[in-house]
Write a protein that binds this ligand. Structure first.
Ligand SMILES: Nc1ncnc2c1ncn2[C@@H]1O[C@H](COP(=O)(O)OP(=O)(O)OP(=O)(O)O)[C@@H](O)[C@H]1O
Ligand SMILES: [Mg+2]
Length: 285
């Protein structure tokens, strides 16, 4: 295990864009290009406790605008805990404590109204969780409670969201049927459509394909790549091929710490830390 400060020191030069405390050479092309990248979401020195259990240790991480970031690491290392802090879902749990700062466009997410955080930072869970309502009602729920129906028809929002989630063709003739009549993969795309219906700026996905077959998985992966023009995406995955296919950068977690965060090909081909290498080569986890 390396300490956080050692981890920062271990970033190879190609990864400096994701380590804001590292100084980049203004004359280097990589540095110049990276310096223009914008961090949409930033976690600084995040510690999180479930009661007396210290689940996240001093995690600092930036999520660049219009990029896909994958979070990987063995079961129980804190990926979901970290993700759930990024839109304040963890604060609904009793006896938990968050320290450090999470900012969205530079503003502390604690300063926002909770409904604004949830609208701007959407979330899709591991198991599809449609509401026990029709497909149409599932999608229109968020826009309705966020007062977004003025001037735009509900039908337009439903069609646009289903198209963005690559579900329109399969769902257009049964919009008023129960969401439970859809297959698992379709339900997961419905949950993505529901999250997209409020135009989130960031989309968090916690192992969204773990219950899906390869065809449904491929659809969701294509969707994520196509969505990044419109939002910043953070995906937790145990599937390293999936991270390699969809993510611009990947962060490796181990025992509640972020060990390294770098461009995805660096993480898989030339990781800076031995722990990362051991994990991606299957030596543990
Ligand atoms: N609600 C909770 N109350 C107490 N401890 C929790 C709670 N949720 C998670 N933990 C603990 O926090 C640690 C991190 O859990 P977390 O779910 O974030 O891991 P993970 O990396 O997402 O794992 P997996 O890959 O299995 O989903 C684990 O030790 C877990 O037991
Ligand atoms: Mg998890």
């Amino acid at each position: 295990m390396v300490s956080t400060s050692e981890t920062k020191m271990a970033y190879p030069p190609e990864t400096t864009a994701y380590a804001p405390e590292n100084k980049m050479s203004p004359t280097s092309t990589e540095g110049t290009k990276s310096a223009t990248a914008t961090a949409k979401l930033r976690a600084a020195n995040v510690n999180f406790h479930y009661g007396s259990f210290h689940a996240l240790h001093d995690v600092s991480m930036e999520f660049q605008e219009n990029k896909v970031t994958a979070l990987i690491g063995p079961s129980g290392c804190g990926k979901s805990t970290f993700l759930r802090n990024l839109n304040r879902i963890n604060e609904t749990l009793r006896d938990t404590r968050l320290e450090g700062e999470i900012t969205l466009d530079g503003q502390n997410i604690m300063d926002f109204d909770i409904t604004e955080v949830r609208r701007r930072v959407g979330m899709v869970f591991q198991r599809p969780n449609p509401f026990p309502k029709s497909i149409f009602e599932n999608i229109i729920y968020g826009p309705k409670i966020n007062g977004m129906l003025k001037g735009t028809s509900a039908a337009e929002i439903v069609e646009k969201s289903l198209r963005r989630a690559a579900l329109w063709e399969e769902a257009k003739d049964k919009l008023h049927e129960s969401a439970y009549a859809l297959s698992g993969g379709q339900q997961q795309r419905l949950c993505i459509a529901r999250a997209l219906a409020v135009n989130p700026e960031v989309l968090l996905l916690d192992e969204p394909c773990s219950a899906l077959d390869p065809i449904a998985t491929a659809k969701i992966e294509d969707l994520l790549v196509s969505l990044k023009d419109q939002c910043t995406i953070v995906i937790v995955t145990h599937n390293m091929q999936q991270a390699a296919r969809v993510a611009d950068t990947t962060g490796f977690f181990l025992m509640g710490r972020l060990i390294e965060h770098a461009k995805t090909d660096m993480i898989f081909k030339n990781p800076a830390c031995k722990e990362t290498e051991d994990y991606i080569t299957g030596r543990f986890g």
